[in-house]
Design a protein around this ligand. Structure first.
Ligand code: NAD
Length: 475
């Protein structure tokens, strides 16, 4: 843990172990904070804010640029740590570190471009200036699926804006996120500007989000956690950015490029073992191409290579990150099959000694599903692709929107006019037409409905950490 510039390796609360999901072996340990450490970190951030808020943007840029250089030097070591604690294949972990560096680079430069406005006079002799200022000390809480990237998406814009931060990584994956914060400290972040506290969400996290000196909370996590934090934040009326759960639909029109829809649909359903907020969770296919799509999708899925991400860095998939995720996958598949779905592939532990110990499971492809099945309404957060036939695209849109979530949606069609119409009708913060890419640093990323509010990335992602002030001056 890092509090007020001091690294702390033990506390009276003991330690939290992080285990390798591919082998069950210990990957590392971090101290388990109690409320004393959580309070101390908030106080350190509040004290440091008094001076950090007025440090020149150029100096904030320089700090982030130096941190990015250290991240580049340490990228391979950090990627190995990330694979060891999270399970994703090493090539994927390298990609995550690279994307985190990209966010740090982006916000380093964005610090120099914070804009205000000079608006027309409202009365004689009056000047109206609207400026943006940092909101204050921030608590940044990240989940275990992309622990480094989602910490970077919060810390980089917060520091660029002039805020100070207390980072709370997920207890299951604290190692690489802490290594990320170390780069900022080693790059010369003044004491208290960035702190990291490791410990359970419901105890230590709760102290952080209720702390009166904290002005803003940025969370990526489950929708239930978002609701708990909203309530905790209400007493002191803190600002919130909530990136919560998702249940992302993919719509495949009869005129789609089926090869692309299958290839990219498989990738986006199963990458990181489906433990990614923008994973495709349900697929609606127009009747005329349904059988062909289902057959090709299952064929393509069978070709995916599963492995221990350190031994086989280029594997498509690693183990799931934890045992409870594996249980949810099995329960959702069993529920769907019981209600009449066809299991075309996967859903079981792969055969062989090397898969015996970790949280391994073959990605599952289900056909003939419907909305009575859990997999079509609840976030599985695992490698399951349920496919359902629809009579037309209006039905597909209605079903896609029949969800409490609204994070990301995808549509495949060769008719762009149709693509636009569907994209505008979908209730989601991001829509991909004929592609499944997203989360690019230049564009805002955030949810609708119970997927949260506020955005990360882009210029808007920076302004989430800034408050607006109108200065009305009369001469
Ligand atoms: P989680 O909600 O269990 O935990 C997220 C973080 O919140 C952890 O650090 C945890 O310790 C902390 N936390 C839990 N309870 C808390 C409390 N009461 N007070 C303060 N902190 C608390 O989520 P997870 O299982 O780590 O991550 C998976 C979830 O994250 C999925 O639902 C997924 O969809 C979501 N997610 C969303 C996005 C997005 O951009 N919308 C991106 C990635 C993941």
């Amino acid at each position: 843990m890092l509090i007020k510039g001091e690294w702390i390796s033990t506390t009276s609360g003991g330690t939290i172990p992080a285990y390798n999901p591919a082998t069950g072996e210990l990957a590392g340990e971090v101290p388990k904070a109690g409320s004393d450490e959580a309070n101390a970190a908030c106080e350190a951030a509040a004290e440091a804010f008094r001076s950090w808020r007025s440090v020149l943007p150029r100096a904030r840029r320089d700090l982030l640029a130096r941190a990015a250089a250290l991240l580049r030097e340490r990228a391979e070591e950090m990627a190995r740590t990330l694979t060891a604690e999270q399970g994703k294949p090493l090539s994927e972990a390298r990609g995550e570190i690279k994307a985190a560096i990209q966010a740090v680079d982006y916000y380093a430069e964005a610090a120099l471009r914070i804009k205000g406005e000079l608006l027309p006079p409202s009365a004689a002799g009056v000047r109206n200036l609207v400026i943006r200022q940092p909101v204050g000390p921030v608590v940044a809480i990240s989940p275990w699926n992309y622990p480094v990237l989602l910490t970077a998406w919060k810390v980089a814009p917060a520091l660029a804006a002039g805020c100070t931060v207390v980072v709370k990584p997920a207890s299951q994956t604290p190692l690489a996120a802490t290594a990320f914060v170390k780069c900022l400290a080693d790059a010369g972040a003044p004491a208290g500007v960035v702190n990291v506290v490791t410990g359970p969400g419901n105890s230590v996290g709760n102290v952080l989000v209720s702390h009166p000196l904290i002005r803003k909370i940025s969370l990526t996590g489950e929708t239930g956690t978002g609701k708990t934090i909203m309530k905790a934040a209400a007493d002191t009326v803190k600002r919130l950015t909530l990136e919560l759960g998702g249940h992302c639909p993919m719509i495949v029109a009869a005129d789609a490029d089926l090869e692309a829809a299958v290839k990219e649909g498989v990738y986006r359903s199963f990458r990181n073992m489906g433990q990614i907020c923008n994973a495709i969770n349900r697929i609606y296919v127009e009747q005329p191409v349904y059988d062909e799509f289902v057959r090709k999708f299952a064929e393509h899925t069978r070709r995916l290579v599963i492995g221990d991400g350190l031994e086989n860095p280029e594997a498509d998939l690693g183990p799931m990150a934890n045992a409870s995720g594996l249980e949810t996958v099995k329960a959702h598949v069993a529920d769907a099959v019981e209600k009449g779905a066809r299991l075309l592939h996967g859903g079981n532990r792969p055969a062989g000694e090397k898969y015996a110990r970790g949280h391994f499971i073959e990605p599952a492809v289900l056909a003939d599903v419907n909305h009575s099945m859990l997999v079509m309404t609840e976030e599985t957060f695992g490698p399951v692709a349920p496919i359902m036939p629809v009579k037309d695209l209006d039905e597909a849109v209605a079903l896609a929107n029949d969800s409490i979530y609204g994070l990301v949606a995808y549509v495949y069609t060769r008719d762009l006019a149709k693509g636009w119409r569907i994209a505008e009708a979908l209730e989601a913060g991001t829509v991909g037409i004929n592609n499944v890419s997203g989360g690019e640093v230049d564009f805002p990323y955030g949810g609708w409905k119970q997927s949260g509010f506020g955005v990360e990335l882009s210029e808007q992602g920076l302004y989430e950490y800034m408050a607006i002030k109108h200065i009305r001056a009369k001469s």
